[in-house]
Design a protein around this ligand. Structure first.
Ligand SMILES: Nc1ncnc2c1ncn2[C@@H]1O[C@H](COP(=O)(O)OP(=O)(O)OP(=O)(O)O)[C@@H](O)[C@H]1O
Ligand SMILES: [Mg+2]
Length: 224
């Protein structure tokens, strides 16, 4: 198993109230599995992706990567795991506006590769995502769908073992959306798992396994 989350809990505290968004949530992600995460708006999909992606780790619970327990309070180890193993496609893209698309992607590229290798990889992936003609544009000069594809390009750049994609087709027309999904699915053959948070039932059902979030709990939906 690539990632095992057991009884994960996550609460948000504001001055007056504490809201428990994840209440003993358990979720497993196998190597090269494609998994969907559904649930109505506010049910905690983004919170769960950020928790299992160790961006905003759970407060409590057990979390293992490839069988090894990760200390949920050890921020430095989370940083390393994210950098070496994970890629993220954020719901709001999180691109740096004053850097071009290419620079945004280069920013995350592993320091071990040469500039030439990095550029070649960016060009190849950009062509797959049909964004190669926009690499030297700045995010504000791009459409929502183009920004999303740059965000996906950045997520796949370091050949991660798992990609967490938050509504990756939310801003795309159906043809581009299908293309993005094809690209995410093609990562399977490269040994990459993908967790997709989505409102789109069709996408959810096309994944190998489905989890659904309701009122802080998460259950796996079994389909025959
Ligand atoms: N930083 C935060 N501080 C306080 N509450 C938060 C914070 N982040 C999320 N929440 C709350 O946690 C709940 C779950 O939010 P989350 O963004 O995970 O939902 P979601 O399922 O991704 O929704 P959507 O489908 O609209 O993207 C919401 O009630 C939200 O208000
Ligand atoms: Mg969300």
């Amino acid at each position: 198993m690539l990632i095992e989350g057991l009884h994960l809990e996550k609460s948000f505290r504001t001055r007056y109230v504490e809201t428990k968004v994840l209440d003993k949530v358990s979720i497993n992600i196998g190597s090269s599995e494609i998994i969907s995460l559904t649930g109505k708006s506010g049910s905690g999909k983004t919170t769960l992706l950020n928790a299992i992606g160790l961006l905003a780790p759970p407060d409590h619970g057990h979390y293992r990567v490839k069988g090894e327990e990760v200390d949920l309070s050890n921020i430095a180890s989370h940083h390393r795991i994210r950098r070496e193993r994970f890629g993220f496609v954020f719901q709001e893209f999180m691109l740096v506006d004053y850097m071009t698309a290419r620079e945004n992607v280069r920013l995350v590229a592993s320091a071990e590769s040469s500039r030439l290798e990095i550029n070649a990889k960016i060009e190849r992936l950009a062509a797959e995502l049909e964004i190669e003609h926009r690499l030297d544009h700045y995010p504000p000069q791009l459409s929502g769908g183009q920004r999303q594809r740059v965000a996906i390009l950045r997520a796949v750049m370091n050949s991660p073992e798992c990609i967490f994609a938050d509504e990756p087709t939310g801003n795309l027309d159906s043809r581009t959306g299908a293309r993005v999904l094809r690209l995410l699915r093609s990562l399977k053959s490269k040994g990459c798992a993908v967790v997709i948070a989505t409102h789109d039932q069709e996408i959810a059902e096309s994944c190998q396994r489905q989890y659904q979030l309701t009122d802080g709990t998460c259950k796996e939906i079994t389909t025959n």
